[in-house]
Ligand binder design. Structure first.
Ligand code: ADP
Ligand code: MG
Length: 248
């Protein structure tokens, strides 16, 4: 954790996850401080997505403890709806309602999840569309938006709910190369606004430029973590060197 982030927002201790006989998380420990951006990198199948999905209980951990904002996520009596309200998630695929406009998508979340009235929800939704640079697309339907714009609406929708942490799982992987930058720029903005973020990405430049800390996952465990410089520029492990070489 950096000195500027004294408060722990996400705390993961001894996280294990098995699918049947296969152990895909083998004891993950990770703490993320308020306002910190942690980027998780690692080969396909190393358990990055499973780790993120355990944080909002889209996957049931087999063992270990996760806390978000001091609240225990693991444990039998957790109100999952309440928990997930505090955790924004943006995936690789795009998950907008096709029959709702950009504004409608963000407004709906605020009305249904937060319970805001129509006017207040719309005003807030417009603000968040503006933050992602899409005020002028408020009335467009998803089919009228590029993949990058749709992903930005998804980020606006998640951010509008004022989550304690935003989880990004390869948010640009499904996009045409020319649309990747606009989504990464919005993520930079999100970080600049002080949001706590855990980002799984193959965008090494983003990781180098934006991450406060880079975590390298290997076979279901954290092999190394440190500054982008330590992990991505001067890696000490051969496995990470190989990964970085392949990522260029
Ligand atoms: P990554 O995101 O790093 O590519 P994942 O977390 O998606 O890795 O997957 C880690 C391992 O867990 C992989 O071997 C994958 O096949 C396996 N896995 C993921 N989800 C499931 C599931 N629902 N059932 C069985 N195996 C799974
Ligand atoms: Mg994945």
């Amino acid at each position: 954790m950096t000195a500027a982030s004294p408060e722990t927002i996400v705390s993961i201790e001894g996280l294990r996850k098995s699918f049947g006989q296969v152990e895909v998380l083998r004891g993950v420990d990770l703490k993320v401080g308020k306002g910190e951006a942690v980027v998780i990198v690692g080969s396909s199948g190393s358990g990055k997505s499973t780790c993120l999905r355990c944080i909002n209980r889209l996957e049931e951990p087999t063992a270990g403890m996760i806390r978000v904002g001091g609240q225990e996520v693991t444990g039998p009596k957790v109100d999952l709806d309440k928990l997930r309200r505090g955790i924004g998630m943006v995936f690789q695929g795009i998950h907008l309602y096709p029959h709702k406009t950009a504004l409608g998508n963000v407004t709906l979340a605020l009305r249904k999840v937060v319970g805001l009235g129509k006017e207040e929800a719309e005003a807030k939704a417009r603000h968040h569309l503006e933050v992602v640079g899409l005020a002028h697309k408020a009335d467009a339907y998803p089919a009228e938006l590029s993949g990058g714009q749709q992903q930005r609406v998804g980020i606006a929708r998640a951010m509008a709910l004022e989550p304690q942490v935003m989880l990004f799982d390869e948010p640009t992987s499904a996009l045409d190369p020319e649309l990747v930058g606009e989504v990464l720029n919005v993520m930079v903005r999100t970080k600049e606004m002080g949001m706590t973020m855990i980002v799984v990405t193959h965008e090494m430049k983003f990781a180098r430029d934006v991450a406060d800390r880079v975590v390298f996952m290997d076979h279901g465990a954290i092999l190394a973590e440190g500054t982008p410089q330590e992990i991505l520029v001067n890696p000490q492990h051969q496995r990470i060197r190989d990964f970085v070489m392949r990522s260029h």
